[in-house]
Design a protein around this ligand. Structure first.
Ligand SMILES: [Zn+2]
Length: 441
């Protein structure tokens, strides 16, 4: 099975994904409404807003008596979608705003980040009357900030930004990996932020750069934040299942009464282990990167007692565990090297880096997941890659086959609360599995 892996990693989503993965991918829309209720009732995430709060704020400025207004000057809201190459000016023209108001509103918004970074696909709303007079302009930014420009009596515009209440919806997606993780997530329109978090949640058990196989599958239940029916951003993952090489991993989000949160197995074990499986940040770019001349992992391991990760120069390198910087600098074949000292007698080494995280120095404490450097090809490297070593008492061990120490478990009382709170989410994952089996047969 191992021999099959490089080809999976080498293919990006690409052209075939729509056809082949699209069929296998199962969208689970049925049952979302009831899930919504279930999650709310069990209060797994206390901050989650499960009620629709004042979503349609757009109509708030309508005059009280529309009928009494002369038809000629009636105002109304219209919207236009931002297209590639659009400027605010071109969109105002498309919405038939008169040139005077267009110039005045541009003047008031000139230089704001929102207008300089218009995101294609998003919507701009304008309140205009039939004379083309602009009364108000709104733009909901990707970060959830609503930009509003309002016309004053003197004809100028004043603008302000604020964050309106967002409606939280619980969404569920399920897909199967055919060529790459992103191929599978794209097939079901799973937002990238959720795909990356999914990989992060399981990163103590699965090395998403080396372990993925064709036929792996996942289900993820997560929050989406909506405004006027448009998803502004994503929230947290509430539960997820990842089947890797036939082995089932499950993660349930849980927040304790004192505010600590994390992901646990359905049995209440912490998913976060003392060491991450991979030191590379998982991203759309690094996930598809491959160098054909790299030998299979085991051969490579025997040759030089480390694991090589082919990745583009500049890919972020993370500390695989909490520790202290023991060495940062150049060392012969390793090029730019970082060595971290961890608890017990564990240490890790990261070689061939292009550069180090700003200010990183000997004796500095780093946390698991902190970015410590960037992939390069310094020292004796024939291509851009990270050379990673896992050492016990100074001796290199293969991290891919070494049993890793685990993190602190939940105490018995909290575990009991967890078991009760997680039950509906576990039931939902079970249900999705049944649907998947039914749809594939
Ligand atoms: Zn190496």
């Amino acid at each position: 099975m191992r021999a099959e892996k490089p080809s999976i990693l080498s293919k990006k989503g690409g052209a075939q994904k729509g056809a082949s993965e699209g069929k296998l991918a199962v969208r689970v829309i049925a049952g979302l409404v009831s899930l919504f209720a279930v999650v709310g009732a069990f209060a797994i995430a206390p901050n989650t807003q499960t009620e629709t709060v004042n979503v349609r704020t757009v109509v708030e400025n309508l005059p009280a008596n529309i009928e009494s207004q002369p038809a000629a000057v009636r105002d109304y809201w219209r919207e236009t979608r931002i297209e590639r190459g659009d400027t605010l000016s071109s969109m105002l023209a498309r919405m038939e705003v008169n040139p005077e108001d267009a110039a005045a509103v541009l003047k008031s918004l000139n230089g704001t980040d929102a207008i300089q970074q218009l995101k294609p696909g998003r919507v701009i709303e304008a309140n205009t009357n039939s004379n083309g007079e602009l009364l108000q302009l709104r733009y909901m930014q990707p970060d959830g900030q609503l930009l509003e420009a309002q016309k004053s009596a003197d004809g100028s515009f004043t603008s302000k930004e604020h964050s309106p209440p967002l409606e939280t919806r619980v969404e569920m997606k399920s897909s199967r990996i055919n060529s790459s993780l992103f191929g599978a997530t794209d097939a079901v329109n799973l937002p990238d932020s959720i795909a990356i978090e999914l990989a992060d949640i399981f990163s103590s058990d699965i090395d998403f750069h080396k372990d993925l196989r064709k036929g792996d599958r996942f289900t993820v239940i997560y929050e989406g934040m909506y405004h006027n029916g448009e998803r502004i951003k994503t929230g947290r993952i509430l539960a997820a299942e990842f089947v890797n090489g036939g082995k089932v991993y499950r993660a349930i989000y849980f927040q304790t009464a004192d505010g600590h949160s994390g992901y646990y197995t359905p049995n209440g074990e912490n998913l976060r282990k003392a060491f991450l499986k991979s030191p590379l940040e998982f991203s759309r770019i690094s996930s598809g990167f491959t160098l054909a001349r790299f030998h299979p992992i085991l051969k490579e391991w025997r040759a030089h007692k480390g694991v090589d990760y082919a990745a583009p120069i500049g890919t972020k390198v993370k500390a695989t565990a909490d520790g202290v910087v023991d060495f940062v600098g150049q060392q012969r074949g390793y090029g730019n090297l970082i060595v971290l000292r961890h608890f017990g007698n564990y240490s890790t080494a990261y070689g061939h880096l292009s550069r180090f995280a700003a200010g990183l120095h000997r004796g500095e404490h780093v946390n698991q997941g902190d970015v410590i450097g960037y992939v390069g090809m310094t020292g004796m490297a024939t291509g851009p890659h990270l050379h990673y070593e896992f050492r016990i008492a100074g001796v290199q061990h293969n991290p891919l086959s070494t049993a890793m120490p685990i993190a602190v478990p939940l105490n018995p009382a909290v575990r009991k609360q967890f078991m009760a709170a997680s039950q509906p989410l576990v039931a939902r994952l079970d249900m999705v599995n049944q649907l998947n089996v039914a749809s594939i047969q």
